[in-house]
Design a protein around this ligand. Sequence first.
Ligand code: ASP
Ligand code: MG
Length: 472
Amino acid sequence: MRLVIKFGGGAVADGGKIKAVADLIRSGKEEEKERKEIVVVTSAIFKVTDILHENAARVAKEGDVEKVKQFVDELKKKHEVVASEAIDNEYVLSVVTREIRERMGEMEKALMGISLLGELTTRSLDYIVSFGERLSAPILAGTLQSMGIDAVHLTGGKVGIITNEDYGNAQLAVDAEETIRARIMPLLGANKIPVISGYTGKTKKGIITTLGRGGSDYTATIIGAAIDADEVWLWKETEGIMSADPKIIRDARKIPYISYAEAMELSYFGASVLHPRAIEPAMWKKIPIRVKNLFKPEDEGTLIGEEPEQTKRAAKAITLIENTSIINIAGAAVKSISDIAARIFSALAAESVEDIIMISQGSSERTISIVIDSAQLERAIYAIQSLNAGDTVIRDFTSNSNVCAMGVVGAEMAGTPGVAGEVFSALGKGGISVIMISQGSSEFNISFVVKKEDAYKAAQAIHDMFEMGMRY
Ligand code: ASP
Ligand code: MG
């Protein structure tokens, strides 16, 4: 049995928790009679990535050298305390502590540079935030070593996560898999447990990159695919993937089985359980992913994989993306719709309006409606306004931030007639009017936009209508 196991967030919040994680790894390794090969992926210690992001920005803005020192000291202390709580063996602790100090020294130099320049590039931001995982992996490996387990820690770059130069959201290079396999298999052969810093990678030139927020899920499935793991386990502080957000929807339940395609739709459409790209590597190799709950280790969690017939559903989950805005654009009469669309999307891309959630078009009117993340609205408006410079491309446009985008996801919707009808009749019965509709060609997702104040009621009506979470 070959397993990749990922820990993140609250699982690695302090020394005691890291010890519990190490115990879980040890019992996994020892529990079965058959030989077990385990690769561990860890994210940063709880909240450290956020702290690094905030401070890098602050340092660049304020340029206060004293504050840099203070920040580095605090973060160093935090990691030293966690290490000393987690690691019982004096010698191992001294090695890990030395490592923490070296890393913090490097971080201090980088932050000093940023504070002097008063400028933070995406490249230097990636370098700074990568320290979160580059500090946590030695601590977790040290904890395992102090329990007598032969663990070694490696950064994403060292293990062969070679990426492009898209800092902050780097993509894996096509030929990376072979390198990863070549680095990890000998360690497993020698009965070692590699402990890998999630989230981090490096470019071909050796410059550190990150894979996007929540990226250690992605690290785990990349590695799982590269070494042909039997399963990838993602330990979280949630029950698994849910039929809806239980904070909003009555009767929301854990989904025991979900297909790769559905999990992918859900993570792209606002359900923040998984890194959006994490499903793909496992899907290609048909490796099951288990989302497991740290608070209920004996629970099966959610299994993402090839789904058994009896759990397939036309509508399995509903998600909502709350901070969204809709922009309606009417093109000038002389232009073709394809020309207008081309200009709009290249202007949006040029302004880095990246999270386009939905698009729909009425061709006779030459109107295009676009739903985006509200955080990008200002840039989007600027981009669209600039289109008319020199030439009238846009006749008129309006925007509305008082909306919520929602998605109903279910793989069987493709072969089941009338699902959209049921969705919209549930809304009709609730007196909720729909502002925009779109269905992706995958047919695994019906998405639509309603007024913000109708969103929870709409989601509940649909969740009830399909008895989501009730019929497993
Ligand atoms: N530490 C990174 C983040 O917070 C990666 C992860 O947690 O998966 O985004
Ligand atoms: Mg994290």
